[in-house]
Design a protein around this ligand. Sequence first.
Ligand code: HEM
Length: 282
Amino acid sequence: MEHINKHQAFKDEKSIHTDFKEKMTYSDYLGLDTLLSSQHPLSDHHDEMLFITIHHVSEIWMKLILHEINSAISDIQSDNLSTSFKKLARVSQIQEQLKNVWNVLATLTPSEYIEFRDKLGNASGFQSYQNRLIEFALGYKTEYVLKIYEKNPELHQMLKEAHKAPSLYDVSIQALARAGLPIDEEVLNRDVSIAHKPNESVKKAWMTVYKNVDQYWELYELAEELVDIEDLFQQWRFRHMKTVERIIGFKIGTGGSGGVSYLKKVLDQYFFPELWELRTEL
Ligand code: HEM
């Protein structure tokens, strides 16, 4: 057996591609030069690399979430619900990964973080524009945050457009209406740059879906995909809040908020309120 393995290893060594003068390598394809040269600690402290890496990993996952959600929005708009499910399920799996980064970050102790925290100045995850794009795509439209991005006109424009675009929940409600479920006109024609407010006709429509699962199977599946995403988003927020408490206690944030008190407050925010309300009434 060992003889066969050695023989195979020898064959592999001979056949593996090693001449890349004219060909694209793994690193070229993935742009690894840029990716792996983007970590620039501002202190000499060993643990700053962890801090930067956690943020980079999170931002890369967020990029994929946006790619999937925006595509799912188009699918739902064109009544391709089943195509959207694969993408929304992928979003949930990415959120699981995002949630797990807190376990790695929790290895950073308060004594370690304090060594380089002042180097961050006013930089804070609060300014993560991808996080805002995800919130906008899910329907949480906070206009005041747009000001942060004014110093970069291209980025500012992109955020303004995302802020005005219909969210995943808006297009899901439109899909309810197209399936013949009565939705108030004021909801269907609403200004989508404002966060959705709980509405009785929307709740009734989702209730009909949950009470007639066989008849509305696709809408039912859509609803549960949305609930998965919101549930995981809240779990991410909770783990963020608790990890922050573990590392900085109740100090104010580098972004200027009250810190943990602010992070606790955002836990009260809902993306898809009727989908949660109906559970009490069903
Ligand atoms: C030691 C690590 C961390 C600490 C102490 C921390 C602390 C905070 C605090 C206090 C805030 C509130 C805004 C402020 O005043 O700054 C905040 C917001 C935020 N942080 Fe972190 N954070 C940490 C790691 C991370 C990581 C790894 C991410 C991943 C991208 C992240 C993403 C965010 C986001 C998206 C917000 C905005 C939340 C919202 O407005 O709902 N943070 N963070």
